[in-house]
Design a protein around this ligand. Structure first.
Ligand code: ADP
Length: 161
């Protein structure tokens, strides 16, 4: 059983994230999409909300599951017996940040490989921040997120007014 952890903020999860996870199941038996509980950046959805959305969004994708964690990513991965971390790459900007992160994680845990999957043409322009911005301006990002995420975005911005 080869397990990979796909860590992220997933604030909220998009079709781009889900596509990367689904593609990763070609390489791994189980892909655990893992919400980091304590991101440095400001988040719109709480950890519980991000995890709940990830759970429904991954329910129908064979081999993909959802979790959250509050330790170092490599420690969480090791606790699951994972052999790799999966991340997605869109742009050159992503590359710089992902490369630094991969080096850090490989210093921390050399036994865990970092696997970067290239964004697909279809979803390369999709980001959680774009989705939040569209929703905040009253436009449903229907092409970018599954229906439960749309509903959660609507509710969040309705609360905020
Ligand atoms: P972060 O984990 O940096 O806070 P996200 O939760 O948005 O950011 O993204 C998690 C991972 O998914 C990152 O590796 C990011 O590069 C990747 N990713 C995000 N959007 C896309 C996309 N449109 N195509 C491919 N990979 C993506």
């Amino acid at each position: 059983m080869r397990i990979a952890v796909y860590p992220g903020s997933f604030d909220p999860v998009t079709f781009a994230h889900l596509e990367i996870a689904a593609r990763a199941t070609r390489l791994f038996d189980r892909v655990v999409m893992a919400v980091f509980d304590r991101p440095q950046k400001h988040v719109l959805f709480s950890t519980e909300e991000r995890l709940a959305l990830l759970r429904v969004a991954t329910a129908d994708i064979p081999g993909v599951e959802a979790a959250s964690y509050n330790t170092l990513t490599v420690e969480f991965a090791r606790s699951l017996g994972a052999v790799a971390l999966v991340r997605g790459l869109r742009t050159v900007n992503d590359f710089e940040a992902e490369y630094a992160l991969a080096q850090l994680n490989q210093d921390l845990e050399p036994a865990i490989e970092v696997v970067l999957l290239m964004a697909s043409r279809r979803y390369a322009h999709v980001s959680s921040s774009a989705v939040r911005e569209l929703a905040s301006l009253g436009r449903d990002p229907v092409e970018y997120v599954p229906p439960p995420v749309l509903a959660a975005l609507r509710q969040k911005y309705a609360q905020r007014g």
